[in-house]
Design a binder for this molecule. Structure first.
Ligand SMILES: CC[C@H](C(=O)O)C(=O)SCCNC(=O)CCNC(=O)[C@H](O)C(C)(C)COP(=O)(O)OP(=O)(O)OC[C@H]1O[C@@H](n2cnc3c(N)ncnc32)[C@H](O)[C@@H]1OP(=O)(O)O
Length: 346
């Protein structure tokens, strides 16, 4: 069930968006694709399994008002999650603030200024709570993630890292943050990481869990993991490859290269450099994002959903999702209003 459909309640179940909502037969289905050979059928089945898993999650991410949203790991992981949650409670400090604005753009602030906004244990837990809150935000359209006091985030709090350096705890923390950051990226909101100052280690990974990155002059994104004897574990490598390609990702991880705004734009990691003369960075980021989030929330959420499925799913599953999402907006209030206004696109 899609969240966007809840805005379109109507008794008329013959509308296409209701057909989609009620999972009635629609033209594109499994039978419409010929299965040529056994081998292909199996590889196709395998793809479908992966796709359905992601599809289910993607649907959840944008639709089901469940606390778990677009979670990555299944129910077996919940026990482990509870264990690591308790452990993370033992490393307090800082906060993750969230302000949901009437414009439909929320601002999330990573705040631990005494430690360059490093993630304490309780901040990881708070991040999960804020993501859950955003998954439920029916009027939401956009999100800006930034750091407090002029810098983005210096990764994990090294004091916590030292205390949980046992490989099993490390794995649990890694899964916890992978899960939370995957849910962050799958939110039905268009998201931007506003990078001022430094985004290091886990902070660099956090920037990749947003749809876009904007950088201020003098800022840097740096995957310092190699220097810590590590690789990214919060999903940052997988996402980085999709953003900049494997060659550039190898350079950034293998060389622990600093990415300044100019280099960031060149390789596609940064989507723009903010003008130091044009006022506060946050205001500029809000204006930039506002250029993508004009219009009703259900339509913007639908935009995010079709792009998300195109990004994450095999083509056939993405096409099905696109069809279903299309069904939620076709004949909906925004569509009918636009038709009634005879809108032109000059
Ligand atoms: C690698 C992956 C891993 C993960 O995925 O979990 C991580 O993210 S591990 C963390 C990776 N990050 C780092 O290693 C950053 C280490 N810090 C630095 O390199 C510097 O502090 C820097 C460049 C961020 C800032 O340098 P600057 O000279 O401008 O300031 P200070 O060094 O004096 O820093 C101020 C204050 O902040 C504390 N700090 C900074 N980062 C962390 C951190 N990640 N964890 C804990 N504390 C941090 C620093 O120790 C200073 O505190 P003070 O009490 O004044 O000594």
């Amino acid at each position: 069930m899609l969240l966007v459909t809840s805005h379109y309640k109507s008794p008329n179940v013959t509308k296409p968006w209701h057909l989609a909502q009620h999972n009635k037969a629609l033209p594109l289905n499994d039978r419409s694709v010929p299965r040529v050979t056994l081998g292909r059928r199996y590889s196709r089945m395998a793809l479908c399994c992966i796709g359905r898993r992601l599809l289910g999650n993607a649907h959840n991410a944008l639709g089901t008002p469940s606390r778990r949203g677009g979670a990555l790991y299944g129910s077996a992981y919940r026990v482990q999650e509870e264990e690591i949650r308790q452990k993370l409670q033992g490393f307090p400090g800082g906060s993750i603030r969230l302000v949901k604005q009437d414009s439909g753009i929320a601002v999330m602030t990573v705040s631990n200024p005494a430690r360059m906004n490093a993630f304490s244990g309780t901040m990881m837990l708070e991040l999960q709570d804020r993501v859950s809150e955003l998954e439920q935000w029916a009027d939401g359209k956009g999100l800006i993630v930034h750091g407090d006091a002029g810098t983005f985030c210096s990764g994990s709090d090294l004091n916590a890292v030292r205390a949980i350096s046992d490989p099993q705890d490390g794995m649990k923390m890694c899964m916890f943050m992978q899960n939370v950051l995957t849910r962050l990226l799958r939110l039905p909101l268009i998201s931007v990481a506003l990078v001022e100052g430094r985004a290091l280690g886990g902070g660099a990974e956090l920037t990749t869990a947003c749809d876009f990155r904007l950088m201020t002059v003098g800022s840097e994104i740096r995957f310092v993991h190699k220097h810590m004897g590590l690789v990214p574990g919060w999903g940052g490598a997988a996402r980085l490859v999709r953003i900049v390609g494997s060659g550039n990702a190898l350079k950034l991880l293998g060389g622990a290269w600093k990415v300044d705004p100019e280099y960031g734009e060149r390789i596609g990691l940064s989507d723009g450099t903010l003008d130091p003369e044009a006022g506060a960075a946050l205001g500029q980021a809000e204006r930039w994002l506002g250029g993508l989030t004009g219009g009703p929330a259900p339509v913007i959420q639908a935009v995010k959903k079709v792009v998300l499925s195109g990004r994450e799913l095999p083509l056939e599953d993405a096409l099905r999702t696109e069809r279903d999402v299309f069904g939620t907006v076709w004949g909906g209030p925004a569509n009918l209003e636009a038709l009634a206004n005879k809108s032109k696109h000059k």
